[in-house]
Design a protein around this ligand. Structure first.
Ligand code: ATP
Ligand code: MG
Length: 453
């Protein structure tokens, strides 16, 4: 048993690692921490109590504990238990077994989902667990991790020390195996174990480091930070669908702008948006991206929603501009050039992060509407306003103006037009044709039909 533990420790901490930490179970009693039951959602408490009642160990873990300890409000609650996924599933009628690479149970309470994971252990500890349950490929990437273990082992296979804190609802203690409390106090993100090994097992941990650093305003501890730039390209081995999910998490937590800066600094934007990085290197500005993220952050602060297609429309805009220009330079007329450029950019992007069709369609419409917004004469303005993507396209236009990409004016016109009554609108349109505030683009005469997209 002791040798097993020693092997375990040396696997996790490497032999030459610079920042070895003593692994010691520490229990923080109720009066020394601020996690109270009132801050835990009823569904999460129900899951903990029912598992305990059935004779299993069960703890709140991860973001739920971390965010409460930091005085924040958790986004969701995760539970760790020694019950197997099947046992959990049997206990809750309202549950689903999900995942293959990593089997977990979702217990559903209306819109709230409690994620229940069984304590993970290490395959290397025990021969009879075999390759079937825990599998890595030649890059060290963890393909499957379904070897079960005890709570301590579970703690050590988690990513950051601050994510490996457990709350026990039976005696209200917080349990710390990896020095997470100390790191919380120092506002530091530290990977558990040897950073390079842990990133190779799952390169998404690099993105998680950035996400938590931006969200919590934490620094990344030196040893945890050091390998990132070098290992960033390992993200190319991650399935595009998982990276799509991670991109959404990265940019919808209300700290998009700082997240973007960190991603750029650590070479992590490249595997997520390779075309964007290339366009910027070729001299295209990323001011629109920054401005869009600033807007998104403000929206989230106001409790508004952010749509993935708006985000992706902004993130890919420099690449679209580049591709669009290239085609026009080759003699393609402006509209077909845009269509082709959009198809090309989307086609390449989905090799990095997937973009479900329900988002890529609207994203393209936002882009195409940028050509339609300047043309307002006759019935066009009214027709344009009825387009299901008008609102997003108008927001996008405002971002382009704020980013200094186009002359201001058109956005203001649309703002006023939307607010105006029928007579006001008529007046605005007649001012347009009598040479009032002019649209930027030369107007075609006679062609009153809308372009079909
Ligand atoms: P939030 O939910 O606020 O984004 P979180 O820390 O709860 O943050 P989740 O993705 O919900 O993040 O994961 C729950 C917990 O599972 C984490 O806190 C961490 O302990 C563990 N975990 C998640 N992803 C990984 C990973 N890639 N490698 C190791 N452990 C992970
Ligand atoms: Mg969570």
């Amino acid at each position: 048993m002791l040798t097993k533990l020693k092997q375990n420790v040396s696997r996790l901490f490497g032999n030459g690692t610079k920042n070895p930490r003593r692994l010691e179970r520490r229990e923080i009693p109720r009066e020394q921490h601020n996690v109270s039951r009132s801050m835990i959602s009823d569904p999460a408490k129900k899951v903990l109590h029912r598992l305990n009642k059935a004779g299993f160990e069960a703890y709140l873990v991860g973001g739920g504990v971390r965010d409460i300890l930091l005085g924040g409000k958790p986004k969701d609650f995760d539970v760790a238990t020694n019950a197997t996924p099947e046992e959990v599933h049997d206990l809750f009628r309202n549950s689903r077994l999900i995942g293959r690479r990593f089997r977990i149970v979702h217990v559903l309470f209306g819109r709230e989902v409690i994620e229940v994971t069984t304590f993970r252990g290490n395959a290397q500890d025990s021969d009879d667990n075999g390759d079937d349950h825990r599998k890595t490929n030649e890059h060290g990437l963890l393909l499957r991790d379904n070897v079960y273990g005890n709570q301590e082992e579970d703690a050590l296979r988690r990513d950051f020390t601050i994510n490996a804190l457990y709350y026990c609802i039976r005696d209200f203690t917080v349990i710390d195996f990896a020095g997470g409390i100390e790191d919380l106090n120092n506002r530091q993100l530290r990977l558990i174990g040897d950073p390079e090994t842990r990133y190779r097992e799952d390169p998404v941990r690099m993105l998680r480091a950035i996400r938590f650093a931006a969200k919590l305003d934490f620094t990344i501890e030196a040893g945890t930070e050091a390998p990132i730039t070098e290992l960033a390209s390992l993200l190319n081995h991650i399935p595009p669908a998982r990276l799509f999910d991670e991109v959404l998490k990265l940019f919808s937590a209300g700290h998009g702008e700082s997240t973007y800066q960190l991603l750029t600094r650590y070479n992590l934007l490249e595997p997520l948006f390779p075309q964007t990085v290339r366009a910027i290197e070729d001299g295209h500005s990323d001011e629109l991206i920054r401005q869009a993220l600033r807007n998104t952050d403000a929206r989230i602060r106001q409790g508004k929603s952010v749509t993935p297609y708006f985000l992706f429309a902004a993130m890919l805009w420099p690449a679209l501009q580049q591709e669009w220009r290239r085609r026009q330079d080759q003699g393609e007329p402006v509209q077909p050039a845009l269509h082709q450029a959009a198809a090309k950019v989307i086609g390449r992007q989905i090799q990095a992060t997937s973009i479900p069709k329900r988002f890529s369609g609207p994203m393209k419409e936002i882009w195409e509407m940028q050509m339609r917004l300047p043309r307002r004469q006759g019935k066009r303005a009214l027709t344009t306003m009825e387009h299901p993507r008008f609102r997003a396209a108008y927001d996008f236009l405002l971002v382009r103006e704020t980013a200094g990409e186009i002359e201001p004016g058109l956005g203001q016109w649309w703002t006023e037009f939307q607010a105006a009554d029928e007579r006001g609108r008529e007046r605005m349109l007649s001012e347009l044709s009598s040479g009032g505030p002019k649209p930027r683009r030369r107007r075609r005469r006679g062609g009153n039909r809308n372009r079909s997209s």
